[in-house]
Design a protein around this ligand. Structure first.
Ligand SMILES: Nc1ncnc2c1ncn2[C@@H]1O[C@H](COP(=O)(O)OP(=O)(O)O)[C@@H](O)[C@H]1O
Ligand SMILES: Cc1ncc(C[n+]2csc(CCOP(=O)(O)OP(=O)(O)O)c2C)c(N)n1
Ligand SMILES: [Mg+2]
Length: 363
C-alpha cells in the first residue's frame, strides 16, 4: 500500500466576510482583496497589476498549458467551496507542467462569473489558487476577470514552465521493453466522486480526538472525498523523472486506462498493465478498498479521473526505478511496454484490452 501524503486540509477562508454580490463592487475592489494574498518569486520581474507580467525563463523556452473548470460540470458548490476549486485548478495545471519534465514559473488566473456571485467566493477562489501555488513555490503573475451569464462560473489557469535545460518528456517516447510506473495515488479522486454522486458528504468532526476515534471506514470515505476536492501533484517528481531518463510521461487527469492509451498511441506501442501489481499497490489495504470494496476500487484505479499523479515509462534498468529506497517518492511499477497488438490496443490489463475514463463530450 502506498503512503498517503498530506497537506493542511482546510487553510483559512476569508471570503465569509464578503457576502455581497460582485455586482455591488467594482473590479478594482475585487483585485484589492485578492492581491495581498498572492506571493511573488525571484523569477517575476513584473507581477500582477500592469498590462502583462514579465517572468524570467532561464532556459529560453516556455512550457505553456491551460486548464478550465466550469461550475456544474467540474464541481458542485455543495461538494467544493471556492478555495477547493482554486486549489484543484492549480494542481491540474502544475501536473501538466511537471509531466513535461518542467518546473512551473508562473500562473495566470481567469474568473468569469455571474455578477450575482458573492465577492467572498472570488476571494476564497483566489486564496485557494494562491495557497496551493505558494505550497509548490509558484508565483501567480496575473489573470483576468470577466462577467458571465446567469448561474455561470468558469475558472481557468494558464501555467508557464521552464525546462531548465532538460529535453521535454513527450507522450511519444515510450519504447518496447520500458517499464510503466506511477508516482502518486490511483483512483482516490474517482472514488471520492462516486461517494459525492451517491449523496455522501464528509464528516465534520467536532474535534481531532473524535476524528481519530472514528471508524476506519469513515475516515477512508472522508479521505477519498478530500482527494476529489483537492487532489495534489508531486511537482518535483516530473523534472526528477526527466533527469533520470523517463522516456514518456503524462499526468493522470482522465483515468489510467485513457491516459496510458495516449502514451501508447503517441509512441506506437502497447502499455501492458499488471492486475496483480495494481491490486497489491493501489487496492489492498487502501482507503479505496475500505470505502468501496475491492471491485469498485479496481474500477476507479483503472478509470478514475482527476488524480493528477504522474504516469511514466522508463528503461527497465533505470536506477530511479531499480534502486528505490524512499517510499515517499516511490515510482510504483505497474506494467511494461510491449509491441502494439494487431487489433490496435494501446493499453491492456493482463493482456486484455482495457478502456474507460473521462471524456467531456461523450461522458
Ligand atoms: N481548444 C484547443 N485549441 C488548441 N489546442 C487544444 C485545445 N484544447 C486542447 N488542446 C490541446 O490538445 C492537447 C490535449 O488536451 P487535454 O486533453 O486538455 O490535455 P491535458 O490532459 O494534458 O490537459 C493538449 O496539447 C492541449 O493543449
Ligand atoms: C460535477 C462533476 N461531474 C464530474 C466530474 C468528473 N470530472 C470532471 S473533469 C474530469 C476529468 C479531467 O478534466 P479535464 O478538463 O479533461 O482535465 P485535462 O485532461 O484537460 O487535464 C472528471 C473526471 C466532476 N469533477 N464534477
Ligand atoms: Mg486540458
Amino acid at each position: 500500500m502506498r503512503p498517503t501524503e498530506g497537506r493542511p486540509d482546510r487553510p483559512k477562508r476569508r471570503g465569509a466576510g464578503w457576502p455581497q454580490p460582485l455586482s455591488e463592487v467594482d473590479e478594482e475592489e475585487v483585485l484589492r482583496r485578492i492581491f495581498p494574498n498572492l506571493r511573488t518569486g525571484p523569477s517575476v520581474l513584473i507581477g500582477p497589476g500592469d498590462d502583462a507580467a514579465v517572468v524570467i525563463q532561464p532556459s529560453g523556452s516556455v512550457v505553456a498549458t491551460t486548464d478550465t473548470m466550469v461550475r456544474g460540470q467540474d464541481w458542485h458548490d455543495e461538494w467544493s467551496d471556492a478555495h477547493d476549486v482554486g486549489s484543484k485548478l492549480v494542481t491540474q495545471n502544475l501536473a501538466d507542467i511537471a509531466a513535461m519534465g518542467a518546473v512551473a514559473t508562473g500562473l495566470l488566473v481567469t474568473l468569469a462569473a455571474d455578477p450575482q456571485l458573492p465577492l467572498g467566493w472570488a476571494v476564497d477562489f483566489a486564496d485557494g489558487v494562491a495557497d496551493t501555488a505558494a505550497w509548490d513555490g509558484v508565483p501567480v503573475v496575473g489573470g483576468d476577470l470577466s462577467s458571465a451569464g446567469a448561474g455561470t462560473v468558469m475558472v481557468s489557469i494558464t501555467a508557464l514552465g521552464d525546462l531548465q535545460g532538460r529535453r521535454p518528456v513527450l507522450r511519444s517516447g515510450a519504447r518496447v521493453g520500458d517499464v510503466v510506473a506511477v508516482h502518486g495515488s490511483l483512483g482516490e479522486s474517482g472514488g471520492g466522486l462516486e461517494l459525492y454522486l451517491a449523496g455522501e458528504r464528509p464528516t465534520r468532526w467536532a474535534s481531532v480526538h473524535e476524528a481519530l476515534a472514528a471508524a476506519e471506514v469513515d475516515r477512508a470515505r472522508d479521505h477519498l472525498m478530500w482527494v476529489h476536492r483537492t487532489p495534489t501533484c508531486s511537482v518535483s517528481s516530473g523534472p526528477l523523472a526527466a533527469d533520470r531518463g523517463a522516456t514518456a510521461m503524462i499526468d493522470l487527469s482522465d483515468g489510467l486506462a485513457r491516459d496510458a492509451a495516449r502514451i501508447g498511441r503517441a509512441s506506437g506501442v502497447c502499455l501492458q498493465l499488471s492486475r496483480s501489481r495494481l491490486v497489491a499497490d493501489f487496492v489492498e489495504d487502501t482507503p479505496l478498498e475500505m470505502a468501496l470494496g475491492a471491485q469498485r476500487a479496481l474500477h476507479h484505479v483503472l478509470t478514475g479521473g482527476e488524480e493528477h499523479s504522474l504516469l511514466a515509462t522508463f528503461p527497465a534498468d533505470c536506477p530511479l526505478i531499480t534502486q528505490q529506497t524512499d517510499p515517499d517518492v516511490h515510482w510504483w511499477v505497474i506494467g511494461e511496454v510491449v509491441a502494439a497488438t494487431p487489433d490496435g490496443a494501446h493499453v491492456t490489463l493482463d493482456g486484455e484490452p482495457v478502456s474507460g475514463g473521462w471524456d467531456h463530450f461523450s461522458g
